[in-house]
Design a binder for this molecule. Structure first.
Ligand SMILES: NC(=O)C1=CN([C@@H]2O[C@H](COP(=O)(O)OP(=O)(O)OC[C@H]3O[C@@H](n4cnc5c(N)ncnc54)[C@H](OP(=O)(O)O)[C@@H]3O)[C@@H](O)[C@H]2O)C=CC1
Ligand SMILES: O=C(O)C1=N[C@H](C(=O)O)C[C@H](O)C1
Length: 267
């Protein structure tokens, strides 16, 4: 039998980390080698509530983890600052990173791309692992060629820390590659309440909604003369992301550069 892919998960108690560890436990060619948390040093995954019965050690220091545990892939599902530090540690130790954590800037991405290019180390930063969400990004890019007036509404649960979502930013970046920069709305429009028109990237507006009960949702609206095209994706639970996480882990084993966005590796 082929060797299993040995994975470290950072953020094991979180909503995504928990779902990911369950997915790993059910995937025959994956093995949870260890986890990185900011507490529970020395404990095991099986000791934590809601996690499967796997005897994998928990480290609070990612460098100690990589020094002690043979690791093929790091999956990071934490917060932006921790995610960046974990990605840097993975690069330093030659571990392939799969980063789901949102909130990285384009400067961060470029810096890591350059560093990993030099080391010929494969990695993936995926603003969204849900296949439907990735398709909406691709379809949005296609549509913006014909409909340059675009607004994005992203809707998430109220525990989300970053706004706008990584998915909305990536969607806007893909749209900007084909859409000429243009100021949308009336040239003299004025906000009578600050923020009414949302965030703006080269004239394209992004609106962030945070409500209990939501998981992760996005609408991309394209306005034309007498018509409106709406592309919408809904993640109703975190299982929706697991096909993409599994695919990213398998694919990163074959890469020698950092890939930003699952759309770049989907057939
Ligand atoms: N790419 C994608 O498809 C998706 C990406 N995400 C992104 O993934 C990230 C996690 O989301 P979610 O699971 O909902 O968030 P949670 O807040 O539920 O989970 C984050 C976990 O990381 C832990 N954590 C914080 N700092 C550290 C650290 N230094 N080392 C290790 N663990 C740490 C937190 O612990 P504590 O609570 O004690 O602070 C928490 O358990 C977010 O950035 C989110 O935007 C989410 C869904 C899909
Ligand atoms: O925090 C979340 O939940 C999500 N974050 C990612 C993002 O910022 O786009 C992906 C997905 O939308 C869920």
């Amino acid at each position: 039998m082929e060797n299993k892919i040995r994975i470290v998960v950072a953020g094991p108690r979180g909503r995504m980390g928990t779902e990911t560890i369950h997915m790993i436990s059910k995937t025959p060619h994956f093995e949870l080698a260890a986890a990185v948390d900011h507490k529970n040093e020395g404990m095991s995954i099986k000791d934590l509530e809601g996690l499967p019965d796997i005897d994998a050690p928990i480290y609070t220091d990612i460098k100690a983890c990589f020094s002690n545990v043979e690791t093929d892939v790091l999956i990071d599902l934490t917060h932006p600052e921790a995610g960046k530090a974990h990605l840097q540690a993975a690069v330093d130790y030659g571990v392939r990173p799969v980063i789901g954590t949102s909130g990285f800037t384009s400067e961060d991405v470029v810096r890591f791309e350059q560093e990993m290019e030099k080391k010929r180390l494969g990695g993936i930063i995926a603003p969204n692992f849900a296949i439907g969400a990735v398709l909406v990004m691709k379809f949005s890019q296609m549509a913006s060629k014909y409909f340059p007036d675009v607004e994005i509404i992203e809707l998430h649960h109220d525990q989300k820390r970053d706004a706008p979502s990584g998915t909305a930013v990536k969607t806007a970046e893909l749209v900007q590659k084909v859409r000429e920069s243009k100021q949308q709305g009336h040239p003299d429009e004025k906000e009578t309440i600050q923020g009414a028109r949302g965030a703006e990237i080269e004239g394209l507006h992004i609106h962030s909604v945070r409500l209990p009960g939501l998981v992760a949702h996005q609408e991309v609206l394209f306005g034309g003369e007498g018509e409106l095209l709406t592309l919408r994706h809904d993640s109703f639970n975190r299982k929706s992301f697991m096909t993409g996480v599994r695919y990213a882990v398998e694919t990163v084993m074959t890469l020698e550069t950092l890939v930003y966005g699952l759309e770049n590796i989907l057939d």
